[in-house]
Design a binder for this molecule. Structure first.
Ligand code: CP3
Length: 345
């Protein structure tokens, strides 16, 4: 069992730097496209055997040091009762928007053990196969809320900010409900066998620090506290990674969430981030488009990043956001091999 990833999350010494990639299972892999040819993305997310296959692909093909459950952050919102569609080349669409108290009241808190057993079954099956740790995940409440309020993706988050600033009571009621559902969901993932969990806050960076502290962070803190309050099924504490995309102005606040690992995007030098996060481990932060560099330049970048991260309490090498769908897989392999070779102690 290669547990280097978990050791780095816990700030323990490792013989090399572990590496995985956000969105490592997905369209850039022809093997993923072969699975996807026969069914829709949502159908795939509900087929445990195929989710296992998609999860294993980057582990087998690229040699990453952690697997991440194949699913999507929006599946939980769908199970809360809002019909979801993925439109080709357009992204996710929720058929209703959640913008008033009536809509919030209608949202259900799913029992993940029964209603989302397809996710738990994927986790159980994966744990029998995997030789690297398995990461479970959820969207952080603010990011989930933006999708429900906007009805999909957004550039300026007009509806979300309007709700925050004109009907804060409705906004907070929505956040409380998402938070409650997320706590149950992540606890069940851990019970099923997830060995670490990541909270994806893809849109946190659209908030300034004062609003982040009031409207997003308290819910992340609440989730982490709830997870840490439980006994852990395998006796070992399950590390929590918090990734706030575009969050370099939010680092100190992010640390106060209680996360074990802070994920950073590529917009900040990792050495500067390490100096600011104190006792946490760090995950990141190569620009996903830097994977397009020539082999030599890419290896040099990896070497520089490893050096810049030398003072970290624990470093998990990753991209600064998800791998782009048009990236040649062989470029990802160059990065992963370079991390392993150049970080050997
Ligand atoms: O490999 C992995 O990382 C595990 C699986 C995973 C997916 N989505 C699969 C997916 C994870 C962890 C996610 C997280 C996710 N989903 C986030 C947070 C991370 C981030 O990118 O900021 C967000 C915001 C979503 C919501 C989402 N899902 C969007 C906006 C889209 C459409 C645009 C896009 O990037 O494709 C998806 C679809 C999606 N999620 C795909 C995959 C493999 C593509 C589906 C397909 O067409 O096959």
């Amino acid at each position: 069992m290669n547990d280097t990833f978990l050791r780095a999350c816990r700030g323990e010494s490792t013989s090399f730097t572990p590496v995985w990639m956000m969105r490592q299972a997905g369209r850039y892999l022809p093997e993923y496209q072969a699975i996807r040819k026969n069914l829709s993305f949502l159908e795939l997310c509900k087929n445990s055997e195929l989710c296992v296959e998609a999860t294993l692909q980057p582990v087998d093909i690229l040699g990453v040091d952690a697997a991440i459950l194949f699913s999507d952050i929006l599946i939980l919102m769908e199970q809360m009762g809002v019909p979801l569609e993925f439109h080709e080349n357009h992204g996710p669409v929720f058929l209703h928007t959640i913008r008033d108290s009536k809509a919030v009241e209608k949202l259900r808190i799913p029992d993940p053990a029964t209603q989302m057993d397809f996710v738990m079954e994927t986790i159980r099956l994966l744990r029998r196969e995997l030789q690297v740790p398995l990461i479970g995940f959820a969207g952080a409440p603010f990011t989930c809320a933006t999708y429900l309020i906007e009805g999909g993706s957004s550039k300026i988050f007009w509806a979300t900010k309007k709700l925050i600033f004109t009907k804060p009571g409705v906004y907070h009621a929505l956040m409380e409900k998402i938070t409650e559902a997320t706590i149950l969901y992540l606890k069940e993932q851990i019970r099923a066998g997830a060995q670490a969990v990541q909270l994806f806050d893809s849109w946190a960076g659209v908030l300034g620090p004062v609003d982040f502290a009031e409207y997003a962070l308290p819910y992340v803190t609440q989730i982490i506290a709830a997870l840490k309050a439980d006994d852990f099924p395998e006796g070992k504490e399950v590390p929590v990674i918090y990734f706030a995309n575009n969050g370099s102005t939010l680092l100190e606040l992010s640390v106060s969430s209680g996360a074990d690992v802070i994920g950073i995007d590529w917009r900040i030098n990792i050495a500067d981030a390490i100096a600011r996060i104190g006792d946490c481990a760090i995950q990141g932060n190569l620009d996903p488009f830097a994977l397009l560099l020539s082999k030599e330049k890419l290896r040099a970048r990896v070497g520089k990043l490893l050096k810049d991260a030398a003072m970290a309490k624990g470093h998990i090498f990753n991209l600064g956001h998800g791998i782009n769908q048009f990236t040649p897989p062989k470029q990802a392999k160059i990065m992963i091999d370079a991390v392993h070779e150049l970080s050997q102690k």
